[in-house]
Design a protein around this ligand. Structure first.
Ligand code: SAM
Length: 459
């Protein structure tokens, strides 16, 4: 067989022993039978394992471990007893330093062919209790109707009732446990997805790293149950410590989206406060805000340091701005910041944050980024020294990248939570004459396969 020939899937035995080479971008171990790729669940690079194939495709298969023949030296004891059943932290059984090395490889693999040097990953300042946004689906047991809340098993909608989660603050466990117990007292049932029935669908908590206060949102299935859920909200607010506010969100749709359109604050405030780059931010339930504020702060400080070392009072465009976190952090070193964000509630919050922090050089625009870019080019004729692009996981459209190239005089700083769309967009920019100066990964989500990157691009 030639070494680049892929084995026919029929030749791959249903059970075999393999050595895991590295991790895939979705956190599965990669093994090979000749050149046929096998993605192995819950495996660690350098494991020698006996596996059983669960699905065979033309060019790859999925598999589970039936026996660990020789464990990888990078295996460690997970901090969470539920790690094997809960689908939230795929990599928790892998030593943290080695997780970072593997994440760097994931970025390098995604950027393969672009000739870009990827820096070492900057670790998360905390690897437990780092996750400050919690979204627990709620349901109930079939017979006893006991309320359960937790995360889904990997690749399923089977709910694992989680009493203790080490990656989120301990107060969140206390709040969730209180809701589990008290819901019954107020005659509130858990949501049953199959029949689209029951009262309480989700509990969403925003927990402040800055002052440990919590915003609790109870997501309900029908307006009819609002009164009894208000009583639960009152009880949470008065009986538990460190509650900034409690709200109710109405989501009657058959959908995987967690929050519906309308959130009503029932008790206290509809936001928590966070501190980034010495500025205080207000963050609501449905506001986009990084879930790991300490790691996010590292990113904002990194970008700020880069800009202050290379520019004197630049004009900055902050696109896909959320609550304008970049713009606000950079306002001290900029002549002017122009921000663009399509979600109105985020822009409203940004207005308040700017006022409260005494900032007067930021212009906020509540509009689709593509439309904004088009208007700037066709009618306003402004140009920006630096454009920050921080799009959602799907990345930027080609049109948006074209516009960004036209609007920017010197550098694009592209912040991405998805290495594959980053690679696609960097390739497009390189084909249009840009040079990638650096790619710096940051670990925002320890124990998961996710990785955030900041790419600095010269145009
Ligand atoms: C990854 S978040 C980044 C937010 C912000 N830069 C931060 O770090 O907090 C992406 C943001 O882009 C916004 N967004 C998505 N598509 C957009 C579009 N077409 N036009 C404007 N904003 C958009 C989302 O609402 C979200 O706030």
């Amino acid at each position: 067989m030639q070494c680049n020939e892929i084995t026919n899937k029929k030749e791959v035995p249903a059970e075999l022993t393999v050595e895991i080479e590295k991790l895939s971008n979705l956190g599965f171990g990669i093994a090979r039978f000749n050149n046929y790729v096998i993605f192995v669940e819950n495996s660690c690079p350098k494991d020698k394992v006996r596996i059983r194939l669960t699905k065979k495709n033309k060019s790859y298969a999925n598999a589970v471990i039936t026996e660990i023949v020789e464990p990888s030296p990078y295996r460690c004891k997970p901090v969470c007893p539920m790690q094997k059943v809960c689908g939230a932290c795929q990599l928790q059984f892998i030593d943290y330093k080695f997780q970072l090395e593997q994440k760097k490889l994931i970025v390098e693999d995604a950027l393969y062919g672009l000739n870009i040097k990827v820096n070492n990953v900057i670790p998360s300042p905390k690897i437990t209790e780092y996750r400050r946004k919690i979204q627990y689906p709620v349901s109930e047991t079939r017979d006893s109707k006991r309320i359960i809340a937790g995360y889904y098993k990997q690749s399923s909608h089977e709910l694992v009732n989680i009493k203790y989660c080490p990656i989120q603050p301990k107060t969140c466990d206390v709040i969730i446990d209180y809701i589990r117990t008290k819901a019954k007292e107020f005659n509130i049932s858990g949501y049953v997805e199959k029949n689209h029935s029951g009262d309480l669908r989700h509990v969403v908590i925003r927990s402040s790293e800055y002052n440990e206060k919590n915003l609790v949102i109870l997501v309900i299935n029908s307006q009819k149950v609002a009164d009894k859920v208000k009583e639960l909200a009152h009880s949470i607010f008065t009986e538990l410590e460190n509650i900034a506010g409690v709200g109710i969100n109405l989501n009657p749709q058959k959908t995987n989206l967690i929050l519906g359109k309308d959130t009503f604050v029932v008790e206290g405030n509809g936001f928590i406060e966070e501190k980034l780059c010495d500025k205080i931010f207000k963050v609501g339930a449905d506001t986009f805000f990084q879930v790991n504020p300490l790691s996010a702060n590292n990113i904002f400080e990194y970008v700020k340091k880069y800009i202050s070392n290379n520019f004197k009072k630049p004009i900055i465009l902050d696109a896909y701005a959320g609550i304008t976190a970049f713009g606000i952090c950079l306002s001290d070193i900029a002549q002017k910041v122009v921000s663009v964000e399509e979600v109105k509630s985020s822009v409203d919050l940004a207005h308040g944050i700017i006022k409260e922090n005494g900032i007067n050089n930021i212009e906020l625009n509540n509009i689709d980024a593509g439309k904004f870019f088009e208007q700037e080019i066709s009618t306003k004729g402004r140009h920006f020294d630096i454009t920050i692009l921080d799009p959602p996981r799907k990345g930027c459209t080609k049109e948006s990248l074209d516009y960004a190239l036209k609007l920017t005089k010197s550098k694009i700083i592209y912040v991405s939570c998805n290495p594959s769309t980053l690679a696609r967009d960097l390739k497009y920019l390189v084909e249009h004459g840009c040079k990638i100066e650096s790619v710096q990964p940051f670990d925002m989500f320890p124990h998961t396969y996710h990785i955030e990157n900041v790419a600095i691009i010269n145009i």
